[in-house]
Design a protein around this ligand. Sequence first.
Ligand code: FE
Length: 348
Amino acid sequence: MKPVVKKSALAGIVVTGIAVASAMAAEEAALNVGEVNVYSYRQPFLVQPLFDAFTEQSGIKVNVLFAKTGLVERLKQEGANSPADLIFTVDIGRLSEAYNASLTQPVTSPALTAAIPDIYREPAGNWYGLTRRARIIYASKERISPEEAPKTYEELADPKWAGRICTRSGNHVYQVGLTAAMVAHHGEAKTEAWLKGIKANLARKPQGNDRAQVKAIREGECDIALGNHYYYVLMQQNEEQSAWAQSVYPVFPTIGDTGTHVNISGMALTKASPNQDNAVKLMEFLAGPLAQQMYAEQNYEYPILDGVPETGVLKAMGPMTSDTLPLADISEHRSAAIKLVDKVGYND
Ligand code: FE
C-alpha cells in the first residue's frame, strides 16, 4: 500500500501562503474519514509492514503522512480540523511536546495497559511507548579493554577520559533524553557538573550523528562515544560502515545504579482524531505480540511487551537492563536539561 500523501505536499508546511493552503486541502481529501490517519516521524518503510499486517487483520486502511520535522506544529496549526488520528514519534521528546501542547487525548484501554509497562506510558494514557532504544557506550576495541571501559554514564565525566570522548550535539533529542534522565536521577547541580566533566573530556567539538561518533573511533579521533544501540547493527549491515562497527564493542552502562538509559518510540491519539475507534484498534494491535515481534525484528529495537523474544543480533550485543525510572518523569526534566547544555556551553 502506498502512502496517500506525497512528500512534495509536505514541503509546504514550513512556509506560509497560498501554495500551502492548496497543498493542505489536497491532503485532507486524501486522508479519508473511516480509515485511520497517522502522522509519523518514523520512516514509512519501518512502519508500513506493521500497518499492512493490521489492515489485513482488521480491514481498516492506514494512511501515513511522514515528515522528519514539523508534525507537532502541523497538528497545532490544523487544530480541530486535523485529519490525523495518531502521531508516531521516535523519541519521548516529541511525544511530550504533543502532550504538553494539549494535542493528545487520553486512551483508556485494558489491552494497552496490560501490554505496556507503566514506566513507558503517560499515566492518563496520553502517550504510549512501542519500542525501547538504548543509549549505549561504544568503546574502541583497540585502545580500551573491557575491564577498563566505563560501566556507568556518570564515569564519563571522570578526568581520566580527557580528550577521549566523542558525542553529537548536546541539543539533539537523544542527548537531551539522556541528560534529562541524569537530572531525574541526580538533580540539576550534579548533572551540570557531569556535563562540564564530559565536555572537558571531549576529543572534539560535538558534531555529526550517532554513527559519525563510531567512525571517529575507527579513525582514532576518540576512544569512547555515545550512540543508540541499533546503529551497531545498522552499521554492520552497511558496506562502508561495517569497518566502523568492527572497531568498537557495545557497553550497556547504568545510570544511578539502575540500568541503561532508554528512549522510546511511541504513539499518541490526537485530540482531534476523527476515527478514534479505528485508531485505538491500531494502537492495541501495535502493542500486541505479532506487531511487537515484527517491530523488534525490523528495527533492531527492544520490544516493550514482556515475553517477546529479542532478535539474535540484539542478544549478541549482550544483556540489556533498562533504567527503571518512568519516562514520563524523565521527560519532565527535558527543558532543564536543554538549559544546562546551554549553560555549560556543551556545544561550543
Ligand atoms: Fe536514530
